[in-house]
Design a protein around this ligand. Sequence first.
Ligand code: PLP
Length: 372
Amino acid sequence: MTEPIPFGDLRRQIAALREEIDAAIARVLDRGWFILGEEGEAFEREFAAVAGAPFAVGVGSGTDAIALALMGLGVGPGDEVITVSATAIPTASAIRQTGADVVFVDVDDFRTLDARALEAAIGERTRAVVPVHLYGQPAAMGEILDIAGRRGLHVVEDASQAHGAAYDGRPVGTLGVAGCFSLYPSKNLGALGDAGILVTVDEKLAGTVRALGNYGQPTRDQAEAPGRNSRLDELQAAILRVKIGRLEAWAARRDAMAAHYDRALRDLDGAGDFRLPAVRERCRHAWHLYAVETGRRDALRKHLAERGIETLIHYPTPVHRQPAYAGARLGPGGLGRTEAWAARTLSLPFYPELEDGEIERVAGAVREFFGK
Ligand SMILES: *Cc1c(COP(=O)(O)O)cnc(C)c1O
């Protein structure tokens, strides 16, 4: 029996970094300071440098980064925020946490927010748009920024899956007024627990978000807004400082793995309804996920599972189909592409520690399914 290939396996990454992580944890324990300290400050500086942004604020999660950015911009009850339904549920939960209503629009050929659908959906109450760089693919930011500029909307990027991605040479997260990154363990840069970070070009917004995440207190014993508790703790920051040094090498490995899958499956692309992931022009894809498409998705998934290969679907049920968002307004063109794609997408095993031989095995099993 050949070894199973898991969809993800963080033990492989941790094993490679174990001594450095142990040392980072020991450093924090020896210091005896756990919330809002020098590790967090250092990580914010290091992340800002990597992200090409002047300011970074560590928070409790990627969801909180989006919610606090919108709150910091004054978005709240009575407002509408436009985003995609083809995303992880937290994009929508973050919007709803502000008290604003979420409006869902369709995706374009690259599975990210469709700029024309955005323009068509803007209403009297629309205050902001949250494009999602899904799977690591930058959204059509040129068009989105142009529309948002003309119509007076804030652009808050959900870059939770796109650490290191770039649009037209500019790092994602720095195109809108704020960029929100999840540091959930399995993301391209992940803590060993919950964490998130927001980057911005707006110093005032950075200060507002920092205060909102600290009980609304810009300084001790002073509260300017109700706020909440959402901070990136010292242990996670120390661990993230170990990992951020690997981000470039991991990104290069992700590029090479995507190229490997592409090569191994190229002749299937367009044969029948099978599709390889398409990359938008003039963009650097962060390759968080490598998702193929076929109308025979469920049968392919079963075929791979029978050969010990684990796959996942991101995401089987679009957010507007979830009970929690049943009442949300939809863009006038409907969400046809979102619906069709949810039924066709399949994410193959994909993480830097995946070995070339494992990629070959996955690709071989896909080829076998299609009789190649
Ligand atoms: C992971 C993720 C989030 C939420 O991040 P958390 O850190 O888990 O709160 C939001 N949006 C997208 C697209 C994500 O992939």
